[in-house]
Design a protein around this ligand. Structure first.
Ligand code: CP
Ligand code: NVA
Length: 309
């Protein structure tokens, strides 16, 4: 990390279990303050953030910009064509310039290596707003949502159904620090990165299973979680993927198999009728909108921690 009190947030397990727990607690406290209408907490007053995007976004862009503003700061949105990071200008030069203007940077990029390079050359903390490899802010919001909606995160059983993608890598990286039961149910050939699975298993903190049978996998789940079958950058594979994932749609039968208390979560955006039925996402069990709201609250706490506030 660049200097004392300044921390990047690139992978959840860059932080210790205590730090992750503290940030989740902080998120609840700051959320309560914001929800009560109390506007006196302005820790980001006088601070600025650049938000670099090379991919599309609704939640990440709006929740970061709004959250930073609500706590007193000013965020600058840089759309894909604005700075053309890595094309118009080398990533390391973007890092070395922006950190002279801004107190914190947030970036949503394709290559994870590009994010690591940005962080390596930035004297200001860098927050990962999603790469092809992982999406840690989403999973912090998801853990916060489980604390609120399931009574706790630790000890619960979360079954992810679908592609072994950046969301799964993020679940595996939180599994390396906080104990829970994680099952990834995916078709053969769509498993998560083997090194990331090994890293999580070797940490010895959580129970981790990568399996292929959805109806078997979801048994006893507290949460069934899904994501799109074709992520950003893979849309040309959508048709082939639709075939490969045909038995992996989260539907009423799958929810019933898990039991009446099971909740449904999805990072959104969702493709209704593909990875999840309209009936599941609209059901009483679905907590996708409180989950989306929590992006802002979790990220506020992440930024507070990064800035040492
Ligand atoms: N879940 C999520 O990151 O949404 P956006 O792509 O809209 O930011
Ligand atoms: N796996 C998805 C997540 C979107 C929030 C993607 O990378 O497109």
């Amino acid at each position: 990390n660049p200097s004392k009190g300044h921390k990047h947030f690139l992978h959840i397990d860059d932080w210790s279990a205590d730090e992750v727990r503290d940030v989740l607690k902080r998120a609840q406290d700051v959320k309560a303050k914001i929800k009560s209408g109390d506007t006196s907490f302005q820790p980001f007053k006088g601070k600025t953030m650049s938000m670099i995007f090379t991919k599309q976004s609704m939640r990440t862009r709006v929740s970061f910009e709004t959250g930073f503003h609500l706590l007193g700061g000013h965020a600058v949105y840089l759309a894909p064509d604005d700075i053309s990071i890595g094309k118009r200008e080398a990533t390391k030069d973007v890092a070395r310039v922006l950190c002279r203007y801004n107190d914190i940077l947030m970036a949503r990029l394709y290559g994870h290596g590009d994010l690591l390079e940005l962080a390596e050359h930035s004297a200001a903390p860098v927050v990962n707003g999603l790469t092809d490899y992982n999406h840690p802010c989403q999973i912090m919001a998801d853990a916060l949502t489980m604390i609120e909606e399931c009574g706790s995160f630790e000890g619960k059983k979360l079954v992810y159904v679908g592609d072994g993608n950046n969301m799964v890598h993020s679940w595996l990286r939180i599994a390396a620090v906080l104990p829970f039961e994680f099952v990834c149910v995916c078709p053969e050939g769509y498993e998560p990165d083997a090194e990331t699975v090994k890293h999580a298993v070797d940490a010895g903190v959580s129970s981790i299973k990568i399996v292929h049978d959805p109806m078997e996998g979801v048994r006893g789940a507290d949460v069934i979680y899904s994501d799109v079958w074709a992520s950003m950058g893979q849309k040309e594979e959508a048709l082939a993927r639709e075939k490969a994932f045909s038995g992996y749609q989260v539907n009423d039968a799958m929810m019933a198999q898990a039991g009446g208390e099971c909740k449904f979560m999805h990072c959104l955006p969702a493709e209704r009728g593909r990875e999840v039925t309209n009936s599941v996402i609209e059901s009483e069990s679905s907590i996708v909108f409180p989950q989306a709201e929590n992006r802002m609250h979790a990220q506020n706490a992440i930024m507070l921690h990064c800035l040492g506030c």
